[in-house]
Write a protein that binds this ligand. Structure first.
Ligand code: PGA
Length: 257
């Protein structure tokens, strides 16, 4: 469980699911199932697709639901001829607080490189939002004993040129690729050990600040495994995909104790 300085963040990544109408229902159902104390213990974030951000933001405001709004991606330029892209300023104006950068699905299917991830993280920070920087190894890399070297390299690349005061606001999500959407989650001990290494890596860049940074685990988080994951000292929350699409499951994950 996170230390008292680090409030856990439970974030739902809806990926390419939910029209704006479905997204409204989803957020209302989850909030109906939650109580004030659930928000006191965790920060709760929902990351709908771009097309639903405005609708979800309106519902969060109108119903005074204390969930933060997150986006699943962003482009690093402020404006210009970049057909199909969404700028940090557009997200900031929608009261977006968190932006996922470097999700493995984007790295895998859309050619997102470490350099893109770094530019995106910096652009998010410049606009007073917090990046959720995703890192994680493939099964082959894990089996070849390359996890620490690879994930450590992803961290150094993603944080290149990011200053100490900015790093404090960043969130990291350790998401082993082989655990995403497969029903096969990392053991709490394995996840904890990689996250410990990530914190050491951040410590070599930022000193004490690393101790305050929130590092989540992601990959087949479910109501049945969240408590054992959160019981680990280095795991400060979860980035939840599939299970965040079921209001009941997502509420149970948020309430994990
Ligand atoms: P999953 O996805 O919970 O469905 O495994 C996690 C993620 O991709 O963030």
């Amino acid at each position: 469980m996170a230390t008292s300085e680090r409030k856990p963040i439970i974030a739902g990544n809806w990926k390419m699911h939910c029209t704006h109408l479905e997204a409204i229902q989803m957020v209302q159902k989850v909030s109906y199932l939650l109580e004030d104390q659930d928000y006191d213990r965790n920060d709760v974030v929902v990351c709908p697709p771009f097309t639903a951000l405005r609708s979800v933001q309106t519902v969060l405001d109108a119903d005074r639901i204390p969930m933060a709004l997150g986006a699943q991606d962003v482009f690093w330029e402020s404006k210009g001829a970049f057909t199909g892209e969404i700028s940090p300023e557009m997200l900031e104006k929608l009261n977006v607080t968190y932006v996922i950068v470097g999700h493995s699905e984007r790295r895998q299917h859309l050619g997102e490189t470490d350099d893109f991830v770094n530019r995106k993280a910096k652009a998010v920070l410049k606009h007073e939002m917090a990046p959720i920087v995703c890192v994680g190894e493939t099964l082959e890399q894990r089996e070849a004993g390359e996890t620490h070297g690879f994930v450590g390299g992803q961290i150094r690349a993603a944080f290149s040129g990011i200053k100490r005061a900015e790093a404090e606001r960043c969130v990291v999500a350790y998401e082993p690729i082989w655990a995403i959407g497969t029903g096969r989650h990392a053991t709490p001990e394995d996840a904890n050990s990689v996250i410990e290494m990530i914190r050491r890596e951040l410590g070599s860049l930022y000193g004490d600040v690393a101790g305050q940074m929130c590092i989540q685990y992601g990959g087949s988080v479910k109501p049945g495994n969240i408590a054992e994951l959160m019981a680990m000292p280095e795991i400060d929350g979860a980035l939840v995909g599939g299970a965040s699409l079921d209001p009941d499951d997502f509420a149970r994950i948020i309430r994990y104790r």
